[in-house]
Design a protein around this ligand. Structure first.
Ligand SMILES: NC(=O)C1=CN([C@@H]2O[C@H](COP(=O)(O)OP(=O)(O)OC[C@H]3O[C@@H](n4cnc5c(N)ncnc54)[C@H](OP(=O)(O)O)[C@@H]3O)[C@@H](O)[C@H]2O)[C@H](O)CC1
Ligand SMILES: [K+]
Length: 497
């Protein structure tokens, strides 16, 4: 399990831990851990390497002074830009500043124009951490713009300056944040480093626990996704089985002119191991899918939805017929995936939401931010401003497991648990990838995965497939949803092995 801690929880842990340690011990440990990370980034070339250290007015700046002193003692050519504040400073920060002043590090005025054009080999961002209160402006903003224009690695201390550590948004309005290549975060990992704008600003994240007693860490409802949370359900197959052993998936969708969506969902369902896959068309059914003749095409009317796990929504449209069919599907005592138009219909019709709330079998909703905004009766901006809160609220309101898609997809359970996914890339921002995800989730449910693990596994596999394709040179530009399908099969089998 990889827990994620809110700023408030981090503050509590730090307060109790600091109370048991000599003054400044945590800052010294943070500085040592960050200096080790910096030296690793400089590799063998650290002697005489020009390093720029930005030190802010608070304890994040204190960490930066500790790092600067270590790097100077290691022989790097350290330049410190100290953005001092007017307020009181903590004694441990004062001591760290004295260490930096006593070292070979050079202090220069915090001037953005002195950053460009220099052969920096590393920038250490110690401007702001979890104490950021306002958008970066003035000198701080100019320094951030200048380092963001550099080509060298940037190591952010605790949090990339300018980023909200809880939500992953750039503190605004008109704010900016350091786009770090690496972040070393202290005490515990933080949700804002992994969702919304977090992935674009934190780069690769490592956690420095500062040797704090694990007993001081409270249990947290928020975790980072990982195969440890669901891999046990990817079982190698016994010989004595038949297609019925792996369940039926029915895709309800395909209104006139939107047949591609259920086809993608159905293909994904088969390639993720579903025993059978039916395409149930709200419009005139296709005779067959020539590219995947294994898919059985049916008119939705008359189909027995109690005989399958249904993936409702791909290309379903918003007709009265669609509403009628969705009521049938909601009444079936089988696990269910709700995507796309099914979610839009839910947002429009209270009877559908009531039917969902009264179900006994689990349901999985897979909204993108706009579909989530409609269901929450809010704006897409509000959803993206606090994705964790949006996913948690929606899961509780619907009584369903919710997959809030986007950079750092957030999976929420009705009981308040939240998981942020770490796989995937901008190649997924293309038509049809949502249909593939819905079909994949349906297949895992049909094979008996519990709903929570099916949601976690589907999101993880979907992103990992996209990452594998990009690593092999396919995309991210121009990656197509259909290409994900066979790669998902490969990833699922790798997991089962
Ligand atoms: N808590 C821990 O786990 C550890 C903390 N360490 C490091 O300390 C920071 C948190 O330090 P803190 O002093 O609370 O906050 P920051 O250093 O992030 O900065 C807050 C100061 O900056 C001022 N501020 C805030 N926003 C702005 C802004 N947009 N522009 C200018 N100045 C700003 C703020 O002043 P106010 O005006 O808001 O009063 C504060 O002075 C943590 O991130 C760790 O790096 C320990 O060293 C390790 C354990
Ligand atoms: K920082």
């Amino acid at each position: 399990m990889h827990p994620l801690y809110s700023v408030a929880l981090i503050r509590t842990i730090e307060h109790v831990a600091a109370g048991r340690l000599p003054e400044g011990a945590l800052m010294e440990r943070a500085g040592q851990a960050a200096a080790d990370a910096a030296l690793a980034l400089l590799a063998a070339a650290h002697y005489g390497a020009p390093v720029l250290v930005l030190a802010g007015p608070g304890n994040n700046g204190g960490d930066a002074f500790e790092v600067a002193a270590h790097l100077a003692h290691a022989g790097a050519d350290v330049t410190i830009m100290h953005l001092a504040g007017s307020g009181a400073t903590a004694p441990e920060r004062d001591r760290a500043l004295q260490k930096a002043q006593a070292s070979a590090a050079r202090f220069v005025p915090p001037a953005a124009q002195d950053i460009a054009g220099k052969p920096w080999q590393l920038v250490v961002d110690g401007l702001f951490g979890i104490g950021l209160q306002r958008p970066l402006a003035g000198t701080a903003g100019a320094l951030v713009d200048a380092v963001n224009a550099l080509a060298c690695p940037i190591l952010a201390l605790d949090v990339p300056s300018g980023l909200d550590a809880d939500t992953g948004t750039v503190v605004g309005p008109d704010g900016r944040a350091v786009r770090a290549s690496h972040t070393i975060t202290f005490i515990g990992d933080k949700p804002g480093l992994h969702t919304a704008d977090g992935r674009d600003h934190a780069g690769s994240v490592t956690v420095a626990g500062l040797d704090i007693d694990p007993a001081l860490y409270p249990t947290t409802a928020v975790h980072l996704n990982g195969t440890d949370l669901f891999a046990q359900y990817a079982q190698p197959r016994r010989h004595n089985t038949h297609k019925g052993s792996y369940g039926n998936v029915a895709v309800l969708g395909g209104a006139t002119g939107m047949a591609g969506a259920p086809v993608l969902a159905g293909r994904a369902a088969l390639h993720a191991g579903g025993g059978r896959a039916y395409l149930c068309f709200a419009g005139a059914p296709l005779p067959l899918d020539p590219g995947q003749p294994e898919l059985m095409c049916r008119a939705a009317d008359g189909f027995d939805f109690a005989s399958a796990v249904t993936v409702a929504g791909p290309g379903l449209g918003s007709s009265d017929d669609a509403v009628r069919m969705l009521i049938q599907v909601l009444a079936a005592p089988r696990p269910l995936v709700l995507d796309a138009d099914a979610l839009n219909l839910l947002a429009l019709h209270a009877p559908l939401r009531d039917a969902l709330a009264h179900r006994t079998a689990p349901a999985l909703a897979t909204p993108h931010p706009l579909e989530a905004a409609r269901l929450l009766e809010t704006t897409i901006g509000a959803v993206q401003a606090n994705r964790l809160e949006a996913a948690r609220t929606l899961a509780q309101r619907l009584g369903a497991y919710v997959v809030l898609k986007g950079s750092g997809t957030v999976i929420g359970a009705p009981d308040g648990r939240l998981v942020i996914n770490t796989t995937g890339n901008p190649g997924l921002a293309t038509a049809g990838t949502g249909d593939v995800l819905a079909g994949l989730a349906g297949a895992l449910l049909a094979q008996g995965w519990p709903a929570w693990e099916a949601a976690l596994g589907a999101v993880w596999l979907h992103g990992t497939a996209a990452d594998a394709l990009v690593a092999a040179g396919t995309g991210p530009i121009g990656l197509t949803a259909g290409e994900l399908v066979t790669e998902i099969r490969a990833q699922l089998n790798a997991l089962a092995r």
